[in-house]
Write a protein that binds this ligand. Structure first.
Ligand SMILES: [Fe+2]
Ligand SMILES: [Fe+2]
Length: 180
């Protein structure tokens, strides 16, 4: 499947999970925390694999580099909201406000990705390349799921760096005792 279809599938899934969380007023704390964990497991591997494979593939040739930088910023913002949600859990009444903010932020990000970014990518990637990136995306995601938040934060930074610096940064992370 081409990368665009893989990304869209994940996008629908994470938005549906956010909707379920927002509507979970009658759920127990365990059920709600379970949903927050499901959002995390859907969002984090998606974002890291998307950065490593999709953003990196188009960023060298894309005419609008600011758009990719903007998308990275939105990943960071979404993860900050997710962390607040995990901390608030269910004891704090603010969880619903945060969940709604996260849902809206993701809906905005996804809309831009599926319109502007996909259009940009289709200019620089052949269908065969889009299929290869799609296959690599499916292979990479389960590896990211095994990592904690710290590991994926290190990867977020590494994915922002030019390829030749990213390798050195990843090695530094390992030396400091961070998972890769
Ligand atoms: Fe995405
Ligand atoms: Fe994204």
């Amino acid at each position: 499947m081409v990368i665009y279809e893989e990304l869209k599938k994940d996008h629908r899934e994470v938005l549906a999970l956010c909707d379920r969380l927002i509507q979970s007023a009658d759920a127990s704390s365990e059920q709600r925390n379970g949903l927050i964990a499901q959002i995390r497991d859907a969002l984090i591997p998606h974002s890291r694999a998307e950065e490593a494979l999709f953003y990196n593939a188009i960023r060298q040739e894309a005419a609008d580099k600011a758009e990719i930088a903007h998308a990275y910023t939105e990943h960071m913002m979404a993860e900050t909201l997710l962390r607040s949600l995990q901390v608030q859990g269910v004891v704090d009444v603010a969880w619903r406000t945060t969940a709604t903010k996260l849902r809206d932020a993701l809906a905005h990000h996804i809309q831009e990705e599926e319109t502007e970014m996909f259009a940009e990518a289709q200019k620089v990637l052949s269908t065969q390349e889009a299929e290869q990136i799609g296959a690599a995306f499916v292979q990479l995601k389960p590896h990211i799921e095994e990592q904690g938040f710290m590991g994926t934060s290190m990867d977020l930074i590494a994915n922002l760096l030019p390829t030749r610096f990213a390798a050195t940064f990843r090695k530094l992370g390992v030396q400091n005792g961070q998972p890769q």
